[in-house]
Design a protein around this ligand. Structure first.
Ligand code: PDD
Length: 289
């Protein structure tokens, strides 16, 4: 079952007008919220990021926090899968095509849910291949916009090279992945770029940083140069669907050196475990926003 502008229906019955600005201009924002055994993960944080994306594109939030909370729980309850990925999207609405904002138009609200597919055990054990690509996106990557053409092109570059993700570099520094945040490890220190307009403030990124701090793992949040990316002992990508996943080769070369070269490293294994433990505690204590 999906939700569209106040109604529940099977996805096959859902229709939007061709003049929806999401379709015409990519004029909208979205969220992807994992739900584990009926418990939406970090819902408050996802809804806070939704609000800042809406503020960033000047769309008024069509629902209160309490209403979003209700809708997300409702869509999870209406769908059969144990773990789900809830997708929600708000566009500026339907209006004759004109770049300038229409007046008095109601935003389009769409939500769907899919089975949550986290990486297969084999990917966990071996890690995934990634390539480096120049980050040619706009300068508001902090907005979770549905205008994802640049991200799609960057991801396809990875697929064309037989890799799972593109690691993006801008002016000689790491930004993020095409659909993930990136962490490096050097000599036991976890390093990741700070939040800025160049990266999406990932919910998983925040969890990883919190877990590193809570467990006293050495952590530096600072600019990461291309040389440091190439010289890292470990590289990970993080996202709501990939959780914490090791990158084992970069541009065809093994990540790291010595006995762990080209294999997921020990810090990644520790963080993955901490993340799984954290997920379990959240599932035991359902909190409403
Ligand atoms: N993408 N950076 C980008 C560009 C992303 O698209 C995503 C997630 C992230 C990680 O954010 P989070 O930890 O909140 O999932 C970082 C989602 C999963 C998607 O577009 O499907």
């Amino acid at each position: 079952m999906i939700y569209l502008n106040g109604e529940w229906m099977p996805i096959e019955q859902a229709r939007i007008p061709v003049l929806d600005r999401g379709f015409i201009f990519g004029d909208g924002v979205y969220e992807v919220i994992p739900s584990y055994s009926g418990h939406p993960f970090r819902l408050r944080e996802h809804l806070a990021r939704l609000q800042s994306s809406l503020d960033g594109v000047r769309i008024e939030n069509p629902c209160s926090l309490a209403r979003w909370d209700e809708l997300v729980r409702e869509i999870v309850a209406k769908n059969p899968w144990e773990d789900q990925g809830v997708y929600l999207q708000v566009t500026r609405g339907v209006a004759p095509r004109d770049h300038a904002f229409p007046k008095g138009v109601k935003p389009t609200v769409f939500m769907m849910s899919n089975p949550l597919t986290t990486p297969a055990p084999e990917q966990r054990e071996r890690g995934v291949a990634a390539i480096t690509v120049a980050d040619n996106r706009w300068l508001r990557c902090d907005i979770k916009s549905v205008s994802l053409l640049a991200n799609c092109l960057l991801r396809q570059s990875a697929v064309d090279a037989g890799a799972a993700e593109s690691v993006l570099l801008r002016d000689g520094f790491l930004t993020e992945g095409s659909a993930s945040n990136i962490f490096a490890v050097k000599d036991g220190v976890i390093i990741t770029p700070p939040k800025s307009n160049f990266i999406l403030p990932g919910i998983t990124y925040d969890v990883v940083i919190e877990l590193a701090r809570a467990n006293k793992l050495p952590l530096q949040i600072r600019q990461v140069s291309e040389a440091e990316v190439r010289d890292a002992d470990e590289l990970w990508l993080t996202s709501s669907t990939k959780e914490v996943l090791s990158i084992s080769t970069l541009d065809g070369s093994p990540v790291g050196s010595g006995k762990n070269a080209g294999k997921p490293g020990p810090v990644a294994a520790r963080m993955y475990q901490l993340y799984q433990d954290y997920k379990r505690t959240v599932m035991r204590a359902p909190a409403r926003v």
